[in-house]
Each structure stands twice: as structure tokens, then as C-alpha cells.
Design a protein around this ligand. Structure first.
Ligand SMILES: O=C(O)c1cccc(C(=O)CC[C@H]2O[C@@H](n3cnc4c(=O)[nH]cnc43)[C@H](O)[C@@H]2O)c1
Length: 231
């Protein structure tokens, strides 16, 4: 599981009873829970999240215990009215919303320039199972390098991505690292603030972290019985 910051990582850890052991990776520390997942505070933003997640994936593979799944997790901004503060959102599409070029005709995604990808899709059957177990809303979760701070930008993202439930800053980077290793990815987030005009007073980080702990408590049994080869 790759969160951005230690507070998110520790909220996930609270869902698992096992002992935590720390091991060093290049640029990040891995928290390994006995009988539970490995947890990473991978850093804020898609680039650092990709670099840290790639380091963890490579270390695990070289150690002969490759991961079967990577989960990007943390808090997020929610697009009202679909994703209210305190709700859980699960990505069926993880989309880089600002990777491309600005043109006189509007934004062109990097795929329109002939490069790469802008969307990763988690395994559909697993998304259905996890949504049923956790009660999470499913839809597109956007990855941005710049947090939305105006109604105009929120409206632009809504019109370009009508299925968007939430925005955060790491999912696409984590998904790129997972894809490079041929490992499936999920993105599960708890909404801490509405996407729109900047209003720090409206943030509910504590509530979102509690929702994240609760969500991972419900996710754990699904992952224990999940067989990646059935996807
Ligand atoms: O200073 C601000 O106005 C501001 C607004 C939203 C988020 C931040 C952060 O520094 C947190 C970034 C951190 O949390 C995730 N996150 C949470 N809410 C959002 C959001 O509305 N848009 C994008 N990212 C969000 C993100 O994944 C980062 O890890 C500051």
C-alpha cells in the first residue's frame, strides 16, 4: 500500500493488528506488518510516489517476494455532490488530469501528442468486490500535480472528466510503477475536502483518516481471498 504521508500510512496501519517492522528503501521507509500488507509513505505528488513505489516493487521482486497488488491510498478532494467529505472513493479509472499540452483549442492529453498513457484501469472484478465490501463509491479518480483551488478549475475538470469522483496527487504515479512491474493496482481514498475554491477551514482530515482506517478494515478480508490469476 502506497500512501503519500506518514499520517495516511499510519491510518491504514491501524486496520491491521500485526507488529510493524521498518526497512529502508532508496528515498523511503517501508513498514512491514506481520500477517498484513507492506505500507509505504511514498511522498506527495505523482513523481515521488512513482519513484518510491518502483523502489518498493523492485526490492520485493529482488527479494523473491514480488507483490500481487499495489494499492494507492490516502485522502482526496471530492467532486460535489457525488463524493461528499468523509466518503470513500475507489477508482475504476486512475487518470492523469494535467499530463499533456495546453493549446488554443484547449487541453490535449499526452496520448493526443503521441506518447504514453493517461489512464490505468484496476481489475474490474476486484473493484466490484472491494466496493461491495467497503461501501466505496466507484468512478474516475484524477491525479493532479496542482491542487484545484478555484470553481473555474473544478468546472473544467468536471467537463473533461464527467465520471470524476475525486482528485488526489499520487494515484497515477503509483499506477505507472505498478504497470511497469506488471502488477495490478487499486486506488482507495477518503474525501477530506471538496474540490473547488480553496478553503482550509472546510478540511476534515481527521474524519477522512478514520474513514480510511475503517475502509481498510473491510478491504483486508477481500484481499486475503483474492486470487490475481482469476482476473
Ligand atoms: O493548501 C491547499 O489549498 C491544499 C488544498 C488541498 C490539498 C493540499 C495538500 O497539501 C494535500 C495534498 C495531499 O492530500 C491529497 N489531497 C487531499 N485533498 C486534495 C485535493 O483536493 N486535491 C488534490 N490532492 C488532495 C493529495 O493526494 C496529497 O497527498 C493543500
Amino acid at each position: 500500500m502506497a500512501a503519500a504521508v506518514p499520517a495516511e500510512r499510519d491510518a491504514v496501519a491501524r486496520a491491521f493488528p500485526g507488529r510493524v517492522r521498518e526497512s529502508a528503501l532508496p528515498g523511503a521507509a517501508l513498514h512491514r506488518i506481520t500477517g498484513g500488507p507492506d505500507l509505504l509513505a511514498a511522498g506527495v505528488g505523482p513523481a515521488l510516489a512513482a519513484a518510491s513505489t518502483a523502489a518498493a516493487l523492485t526490492a520485493a521482486a529482488l527479494d523473491g517476494r514480488p507483490y500481487a497488488l499495489v494499492v494507492s491510498a490516502g485522502i482526496a478532494g471530492g467532486f460535489a455532490p457525488r463524493a461528499a467529505v468523509g466518503s470513500l472513493v475507489l477508482a475504476d479509472e486512475i487518470t492523469a488530469a494535467d499530463l499533456g499540452a495546453e493549446t488554443a483549442e484547449g487541453f490535449v492529453p499526452v496520448t493526443g501528442l503521441g506518447f504514453g498513457t493517461v489512464t490505468h484501469r484496476p481489475p474490474a472484478a476486484l473493484v466490484r468486490e472491494v466496493a461491495a465490501a467497503t461501501g466505496a463509491l466507484t468512478g474516475t479518480v484524477l491525479t493532479v500535480s496542482t491542487v484545484t483551488g478555484t470553481a473555474a478549475r473544478a468546472e473544467e475538470l468536471r467537463s473533461r472528466h464527467p465520471r470524476a469522483l475525486a482528485e488526489a496527487m499520487e494515484g497515477f504515479g503509483v499506477a505507472e510503477a505498478a504497470a511497469a512491474h506488471g502488477v495490478p493496482v487499486l486506488e482507495l481514498r477518503a474525501v477530506s475536502n471538496p474540490v473547488g475554491p480553496r478553503d482550509r477551514a472546510a478540511w476534515r482530515i481527521g474524519d477522512a483518516l478514520s474513514a480510511l482506517t475503517e475502509g481498510f478494515g473491510k478491504l483486508a478480508p477481500v484481499l486475503q481471498s483474492w486470487n490475481p490469476h482469476e482476473q
